[in-house]
Design a protein around this ligand. Structure first.
Ligand SMILES: Cc1cc2nc3c(=O)[nH]c(=O)nc-3n(C[C@H](O)[C@H](O)[C@H](O)COP(=O)(O)OP(=O)(O)OC[C@H]3O[C@@H](n4cnc5c(N)ncnc54)[C@H](O)[C@@H]3O)c2cc1C
Length: 264
């Protein structure tokens, strides 16, 4: 037995969610994160992430159902659910070609309903009446059980629950490398310290290949993503999240978006 049973390397959404899942099983994990709490250098910071259920693929919807259980179990923070279900509209001139994986929205609606997930198809006139300010050209899929995860609030809540369960999140603790032997792992820290554990879970995002150098992984291509924020022209209008599909090769390409409350 080492210093601890399980070390999680990386304190983004995946690492902190893993830490919480472990504490729910009675473990007391140590999560090691190279940057400070609230940093903006990974993929998990910011106010919101879309919780998008407009898929027909069984494996995505299976994962979505498990994610939903997890978000529901995380519950509310500050009197508001972490998972804010304000609905999703999927539409666009490319909808004959359909969702991200090329399946039509009519098929997506059928599959969602089969699973008991609410979904309805609307014509563009009805959709325009319901959501003034949005422009629809064709059939619209409305799925009310979708919305956004409050990303930054979720990270804070994961950390709180890990600590409540007896685990730790150590910020500003970069891991230099991980060595494996017959009895477990040694996690070598950049400050020269070591932690012995039975198991290391690596959730290092874009840094994974570097940290797991020598372990055969599927090729990773790291890209920088740039979201854009627009103030609403009319603050009285309540918009759902949206997927706007266009024909392949068209410009601008498919976009998705979500209402995000400005921090004041
Ligand atoms: C702009 C943008 C928009 C997105 N929109 C959506 C959306 O609408 N819906 C959705 O579901 N998903 C969305 N995603 C994807 C989602 O945000 C990511 O899947 C998720 O945040 C990944 O979390 P992660 O923990 O794997 O990675 P990260 O948040 O990058 O965490 C990895 C962590 O590992 C740490 N680390 C790395 N190396 C070491 C080391 N050696 N020692 C210690 N720590 C280390 C890093 O500092 C980092 O904090 C979006 C992503 C981006 C960038």
């Amino acid at each position: 037995m080492g210093d601890t049973r399980i070390v999680v390397v990386g304190g983004g959404a995946m690492g902190l969610a893993t830490g919480w899942a472990l504490t729910r099983r009675g473990e007391q994990p140590i999560v090691l994160e190279r940057f400070a709490r609230g940093h903006t250098r990974g993929a998990s910071h910011g106010e919101t992430r879309n919780f998008n259920n407009a898929y027909a693929e069984a494996h995505y919807l299976d994962l979505l159902a498990r994610a939903r259980e997890g978000w529901d179990a995380l519950g509310s923070v500050g009197g508001e659910p972490i998972l804010r279900l304000h609905g999703l509209v999927s539409h666009g001139s490319g909808t004959a070609l359909g969702s991200a994986a090329g399946v039509g929205l009519i098929e997506v609606e059928r599959v969602l309903r089969e699973r008991g997930i609410p979904a309805e198809l609307l014509d563009s006139g009805e959709a325009t009446r319901r959501w003034p300010g949005m422009r629809f050209e064709d059939t619209v899929l409305h799925s009310p059980d979708a919305g956004v995860v409050r990303a930054a609030a979720a990270l804070r809540e994961f950390e709180r629950r890990i600590a409540d369960g007896g685990g730790q999140v150590r910020w500003e603790t970069p891991v230099r490398c991980i060595e494996e032997d017959a009895d477990g792992v040694t996690v070598h820290l950049a400050d020269g310290g070591d932690i012995r554990a039975d198991t290391a879970v690596v959730t290092a995002g874009a840094w994974t290949a570097k940290l797991l150098d020598g372990i055969r992984l599927p090729p990773l291509r790291v890209t920088e993503e740039s979201p854009a924020h627009f103030a609403p022209a009319d603050r009285s209008l309540e918009w759902p999240s949206f997927n706007h599909f266009v024909a392949p090769g068209a410009w601008p390409s498919n976009v998705y978006g979500m209402p995000t409350r400005a921090r004041v």
